[in-house]
Design a protein around this ligand. Structure first.
Ligand SMILES: *[C@@H]1O[C@H](CO)[C@@H](O)[C@H](O)[C@H]1NC(C)=O
Ligand SMILES: *[C@@H]1O[C@H](CO)[C@@H](O)[C@H](O)[C@H]1NC(C)=O
Ligand SMILES: *[C@@H]1O[C@H](CO)[C@@H](O)[C@H](O)[C@H]1NC(C)=O
Ligand SMILES: *[C@@H]1O[C@H](CO)[C@@H](O)[C@H](O)[C@H]1NC(C)=O
Ligand SMILES: *[C@@H]1O[C@H](CO)[C@@H](O)[C@H](O)[C@H]1NC(C)=O
Ligand SMILES: *[C@@H]1O[C@H](CO)[C@@H](O)[C@H](O)[C@H]1NC(C)=O
Ligand SMILES: *[C@@H]1O[C@H](CO)[C@@H](O)[C@H](O)[C@H]1NC(C)=O
Length: 321
């Protein structure tokens, strides 16, 4: 008992003596954030794939922070693993970032800068893991190792503050639900029950792997602050308790979407028919379309991510270092 409390005092003194040993970032420390990821985070065009402004734009306003957005729609972590004809993190987003750092376009103090990584939706999804369209030797394991490699590469270049946003419950999106229909993201025949079950396995196992890999990474990264952000938990809570998050003028809706485009049959040669929700009714919806969160969901993500970047305690984030 005496030994234990002595230890506690010793570690408290140690933490006091060298702030870099503290867990998490300090309030007021973060001025900038740099994003890597896919359409959920892409702010390079408007309206974004989420139908309005997406979370980094709101987080930059709420902070306020300067945002440097390298995330790009359609991206996977690496096209060497899951090939899609869009700009991946490895192969496009990291090279763009390092290009700007090396020619002086970007000059960010590592202490004041947060790096966010949110990848996985396209790696796990249609035309990738769930349809077996990945490279022959690839599985969920390499795809999640790749997300960890993003942190490694950035750390090696001097970055010190990271938030790894985990994979959302993709099984709750309309695309991967068991009531799915032919839509612009997938119009071929499939067994929706099996897709729904398989996607739940992929997203949950992918997140568990990532968490274990991150925990193993922490001791190799002195002076780093790494948070694990539970997007899976946050989205599940929005789905189960929409009244705590959604505020539009229509009945709250977590199973339909603002912009739904469907085909009448599989491989329909005719154009998709779209039904759109307008105005203040939109904020009643969790989803923008069959795969993307709505702008109101993005505001919620932004609010929570902002709190984490400001060094506030947050129920969806765990600081691992
Ligand atoms: C990082 O920023 C915090 C808050 O502004 C400050 O307390 C700390 O000394 C800085 N650390 C370094 C290594 O510059
Ligand atoms: C992807 O493959 C290319 C071509 O073989 C190679 O140059 C590159 O280093 C690979 N990238 C990754 C992240 O493995
Ligand atoms: C710096 O590099 C980036 C990325 O390669 C490029 O887009 C930009 O035009 C470059 N800027 C200058 C001033 O060279
Ligand atoms: C669809 O999935 C939901 C949620 O898991 C489940 O409650 C429902 O029974 C499933 N329906 C069918 C037809 O499988
Ligand atoms: C879809 O898969 C489920 C689970 O394997 C099975 O019970 C069901 O019969 C399948 N549906 C069709 C239409 O094949
Ligand atoms: C819902 O709340 C957000 C803030 O989270 C606000 O910006 C938005 O205007 C609200 N929507 C409606 C329809 O009141
Ligand atoms: C959810 O929204 C869709 C699209 O507007 C609509 O078709 C569906 O009936 C709504 N569901 C509920 C439960 O209100």
């Amino acid at each position: 008992m005496a030994f234990l409390s002595g230890l506690k005092i010793a570690s408290a003194l140690l933490a006091f003596a060298s702030p870099s040993l503290a867990v998490g970032v300090a309030p007021g420390q973060i001025q900038n954030f740099v994003t890597f990821g896919d359409s959920y985070t892409d702010i390079s065009y408007y309206p974004t794939a989420d139908g309005g402004y997406s979370w980094p734009t709101y987080a930059a306003e709420y902070g306020p922070f300067n945002v440097y957005g390298f995330a790009r729609s359609g991206a996977t972590c690496s096209n060497n693993l899951t090939y899609r004809p869009f700009p991946p993190i490895f192969g496009y987003q990291l090279p763009s970032y390092f290009g700007e750092v090396s020619n002086g376009t970007l000059d960010l103090d590592p202490n004041e800068t947060m790096y966010t990584i949110w990848i996985g939706t396209n790696d796990l999804g249609a035309n990738a893991l769930i349809t077996g369209s990945d490279a022959p030797d690839v599985s969920l394991v390499q795809v999640r190792e790749c997300a960890i490699d993003v942190v490694k590469v950035l750390y090696a270049s001097g970055a010190r503050n990271f938030i790894m946003q985990n994979i959302i419950p993709l099984e709750l999106t309309i695309l991967y639900s068991n009531y799915s229909f032919p839509n612009i993201y997938w119009d071929e025949q499939r067994n929706t029950t099996e897709w729904n079950v398989f996607m739940k396995e992929l997203s949950r196992s992918g997140n568990a792997l990532t968490e274990l890999m991150l925990q193993a990474l922490v001791p190799t990264m002195p002076d780093a602050h790494i948070a694990s952000f539970d997007s899976y938990g946050l989205f599940t809570d929005i789905y189960n308790n929409p009244q705590n998050y959604l505020n539009g003028t229509a009945p709250l809706n977590v199973t339909g979407c603002i912009n739904s485009c469907s085909y009448t049959t599989y491989n329909d040669p005719n154009p998709a028919t779209c039904v759109t929700v307008e105005g203040t009714d939109r904020d009643s919806y969790m989803w923008y379309d069959e795969l993307h969160p709505s702008e109101q969901t993005d505001r919620v993500i932004a609010r929570e991510m902002t709190a984490v970047m400001k060094g506030e305690a947050n129920q969806w984030a765990t600081w691992l270092s």
